[in-house]
Design a protein. Sequence first.
Length: 384
Amino acid sequence: MNRRKFLKIAGSTAIIVAAGGAGFALTRRPTEALRPWADAGSLYADPLRRALSYAILAPNPHNRQPWVIDLKSDTEAVLTCDLDRLLPATDPFSRQIVIGLGCFLELFSIAASDQGYQAHIRMFPEGEPNDRLDQRPIAHLSLEKKTGRPVDPLFAQTLNRHTNREPYDIKRAISDTIMTALKDAAADTVRVGTTNDGALLNDLRVLTKDALIAEIRTPEAFQESIDLMRIGRCEIEANPDGIYLGGAFLESLNLAGILTREKLADPTTKSFRIGLDMAEQSAMTSMGFFWINTPGNDRFAQIEAGRAYMRVALEATAHGLVMQPMSQALQEYDEMTPFYKTVHDKLTTQPDERVQMLARIGYAENKGPSPRWPLKTRLKDSQT
Ligand SMILES: Cc1cc2nc3c(=O)[nH]c(=O)nc-3n(C[C@H](O)[C@H](O)[C@H](O)COP(=O)(O)O)c2cc1C
């Protein structure tokens, strides 16, 4: 959030004092909601739950964390999708939800390697879902001990990767060497594209900005985000998912009635206009983009795209970059049709090729992790 701009508009001494009050600030960290990051790898001795304690830290759309895990033994589990955690307005075919599950599976596999295990992942063991996800399993997971198996080097980045929605440093360009490393980080079931300068970088800045603004101006789509906003420590601790607006400053604005769900949703308010400005600032300070394309768009392709996003995101983190997926132009609802067409015209070469992920990258201060539900709450029927 743009602190200076908010303060200029809010203009109230009381708010400024409250926002800067050290005592208040000290109590605003949602400690429990962030605990899964500290617990990863240390809470469970068995290899399966240990690897799963990392997998729940995977990036996923709107931080819905739609994973449900049915433990079958210390080395075997079944992953299903919680159908109450879909995003019908912005993700009508649950394409992005499935990509998030792909991220989860890749992180599971990377974390297993840290203990000398190979993860075997059998996708859609009871058949592939169509346009609508259903109760059938997403994947069957098992672990096999492999003596001498090397740890995946990306494991070292699992706790450092975060989505960063801030403006990025426009004075720091990203080197071509790093862009090549990003391209090489994923399996060859997908095609990773990148840009870090020239006309394409500028076109993508403008395209992602315009698509994001169009989403904010589409009431049904934007309301889905508004409904999932968690403002302030109490809301975040009660529901450690969704869109996280934490910290003493934002919480003060909320208490002062400036930053509320109602005001953010209302196009006549200053809060709404600030939201638009911030969308513009973020998109226009992108110092590069990467995108992940698949041949076709079946559920297997979406899982592969998620697995690839996870790897490229960790590789980017290893190089000190931060990132933010900019998914609006890839979404399948009417208001996005012109953006969808432009992005596919620019970034694909084959008629059936699909852009599954598009993310901005750059350098910025690390803003830290976002909340997670603890692993035990994601286990089927409260297994522990
Ligand atoms: C398929 C997919 C689409 C996403 N789209 C967006 C997006 O359009 N804008 C955004 O800010 N974050 C997007 N994200 C990032 C998620 O919001 C983020 O992963 C989630 O809030 C958890 O935060 P973390 O990545 O910092 O752990 C997306 C993530 C995935 C996997």
